[in-house]
Design a protein around this ligand. Structure first.
Ligand code: SF4
Length: 633
């Protein structure tokens, strides 16, 4: 057993775990964070699957997962493995199992890892409500564990690893009735399975706790880490946001969930699920790992190469240690009595989180900024250094006009009201100083932004009660900018920190704004567009997910607040589409079922008619707006 893990909001270190062997690959401990993906081919089409697996390996995929929906498909994994080996490709394979213990027992003969979903390995999901006595509940848990035990014994005998892969959307009815649709329910579901592994001495076990909602996913992983540590266990984690969707939405959601955990030192292998060619997942996963893993801590040094953790933080005594403003295991917006206004917009307290952009031009010189700050004669504590900082930039007229056209009514930050930005290394010092200043200064709006700071810097400031502007200077590379901004801002927002999000950096202001709005949308704090929950596809997929999702997006992307799921099959789709308002789910080749919430309202609609039927449903339920009307309001 490694040193027990505890969540430290201010000093992230990698969560200590045991090392798990998956074929020739070792994950956990001090091993590099591995990236992985899943094939989308029909598993029975062995040559197609082999070809896609090789393409994945060529772009850096370190574990290839393949669905095994039947015993026959599980048997095909043996052929796939043999063909890969014959071509000199030794990548570990993982069989993906739902509902089929018999398929798992066949797959374990051919692959290095088997993923089981505790929500449906034995239990069913029929959205049934039933009360269990404690005795009945315990008997059901024993039944499930007994059904799982043969796989555990066989995996141990063959040296095969298991992944206990819990999904928020596919918790069993039994777990839902006892623990609700919650991170705690996800954790309990996983613990029931790992206890069997512990009893039988299978140590090569990995966990995942996926959800399409990054907040739920982050809390579930943290909570599982805590429960495992409390019970003396230390298994590595596979990180992923499920049904993240495609394009920028999928990348943003993934960066928030995965990046947030990586920055806190949680996670040993990563899969970014995109409704796209799986080969496109790998570069995204690699950049996320590079940008967010602790140790390199690019969250701190990205814009200031060579920066190290401030001495004041490294030597921080318990006496001055700030109290975190959040509970890492449940969400609540950070409470502040403070409210102010920016133009016509309220900020702080219960006001919606404000999107902001920092325009690239119009910066005033640092010396001027400091001089002006000093002229403001802010009071400071006796014996402390002079308050030093930079004013945020006045809005540039051109940029302001562009942003106003992009999103009418959006506030552009100018000289008023006063705002201060503090360098990351001075957070501790200036954070305290700022509090003193703000407490005794009748400024119209009191806000603090950690200029170029990390998630952990912002958490320190959040123990005060002024409003917080999360400011992130984005890197130049467009992909890095998207992932990094989402990871830093999203991590804080998912812990309830942040009254405004402000992105700056060498990007067009409209682009900065789009990225801010994407993060707020993914954190479900401010809907500016339709939300899509789309599965990544696998061997069960019944239609072309990528083009279908893009087509549906093109027709329905102007409905802020509406959640639409696009799922490739009815086996897992309805369970996994979580809290979508409407669902478009493959029911057979060429046919689709349409859902309102969890209820099927139209069965086996021909694919050629399904888009129109979906729009008719949106109209019937009063959420449709004609695109021209939506654009004008
Ligand atoms: S919902 Fe999508 S990813 Fe999940 S099993 Fe069905 S087709 Fe595969």
């Amino acid at each position: 057993m490694t040193t027990p893990w505890t969540f430290d909001p201010f000093h992230p270190t990698r969560r200590p775990t045991r090392v798990v062997r998956i074929g020739d690959l070792l994950i956990g401990g001090a091993h590099p964070i591995a990236v992985q993906s899943m094939t989308t081919t029909d598993t029975l089409d062995v040559d197609d699957t082999v070809a896609q697996a090789i393409r994945l390996v060529d772009v850096g995929c370190e574990i290839v997962r393949i669905t095994a929906p039947t015993v026959k498909a599980a048997r095909a994994l043996g052929e796939i493995k043999a063909k890969l080996v014959a071509k000199g490709v030794k990548v570990p394979l993982c069989a993906d199992i739902h509902f089929q213990p018999a398929a798992a027992m066949e797959a374990v003969k051919h692959v290095e890892k088997v993923r089981v979903n505790p929500g449906n390995y034995v239990d069913s999901k029929a959205f049934r409500e039933r009360e269990y006595t404690d005795e009945q509940y315990a008997a059901e848990v024993r039944r499930v564990q007994d059904a799982f035990r043969p796989l555990v014994l066989e995996a141990k005998r063959r040296g095969v690893a298991l992944r206990i892969g819990t999904n928020h959307g596919s918790l069993s009815d039994r777990i839902m009735n006892r623990w609700g649709d919650s991170p705690r329910g996800m954790v309990e579901s996983a613990l029931e399975f790992v206890r069997v592994c512990e009893e039988e001495g299978l140590r090569d076990v990995v966990f995942s706790m996926k959800s399409s909602n990054p907040k739920v996913m982050i809390q579930a992983y943290r909570l599982l880490a805590k429960h495992l540590a409390d019970d003396g266990m230390d298994h590595p984690f596979h990180l992923g946001v499920t049904e993240a969707g495609e394009g920028e939405d999928g990348r943003t959601k993934s960066a928030i969930g995965i990046g947030s955990l990586l920055m806190d030192g949680i996670g040993d292998t990563v899969r970014v699920s995109l409704t796209e060619d799986p080969c496109r997942e790998i570069p995204v996963a690699k950049r996320l790992v590079a940008l967010c893993r602790p140790g390199t801590d690019l969250t701190f040094s990205l814009s200031r190469p060579g920066a190290t953790e401030p001495a004041s933080v490294a030597g921080e005594s318990e006496k001055v240690r700030p109290v975190p403003s959040f509970d890492p295991y449940s969400y609540a917006r950070r409470s502040t009595d403070f409210t102010g206004t920016i133009g016509a917009h309220r900020i702080g307290h219960d006001a919606p989180v404000l999107p902001m952009v920092a325009v690239a031009s119009g910066w005033i010189r640092r010396d001027d900024a400091i001089a002006r700050l000093r002229r403001m004669a802010l009071p400071r504590s006796p014996g402390t250094p002079a308050l030093e900082g930079v004013l945020l930039p006045p809005a540039d007229e051109d940029c302001a006009a562009k942003v106003s056209r992009a999103i009418p009514g959006l506030p552009i930050i100018g000289r008023d009201p006063p705002m201060f930005a503090f360098d990351g290394e001075d957070v501790e010092r200036w954070g305290n100083e700022a509090e003193v200043a703000f407490d005794s200064t009748p400024l119209p709006v009191l806000m603090v932004s950690v200029h170029d700071g990390s998630v952990h810097d912002h958490r320190r400031l959040s123990s005060n009660d002024y409003a917080i502007v999360i400011h992130v200077d984005l890197p130049t590379d467009p992909t890095d900018a998207l992932l990094y901004g989402a990871a830093v801002a999203g991590s804080l927002l998912c812990d309830g920190i942040g009254d405004a999000v402000r992105f700056g950096g060498p990007h067009e202001p409209e682009r900065l704004l789009e990225m801010v709005l994407g993060v707020l949308q993914a954190c479900r704090l401010r809907a500016s567009r339709t939300e899509y929950i789309a599965c990544p596809g696998c061997g069960r997929t019944l239609f072309d997910l990528e083009s279908t999702t893009q087509r549906i997006k093109a027709r329905t992307g102007h409905l802020p607040g509406v959640k639409i799921a696009v799922m490739g099959c009815i086996v897992n789709g309805p369970g996994e589409m979580a809290d979508a308002d409407f669902g478009y789910v493959g029911s057979a080749p060429g046919f689709v079922n349409l859902y309102v919430g969890k209820d099927i309202v139209e069965r086996n609609v021909a694919s050629k008619d399904a888009d129109e039927r979906l729009i008719a449903l949106l109209k019937k339920h009063g959420v449709w707006r004609e695109p021209a009307v939506a654009a004008a309001t």
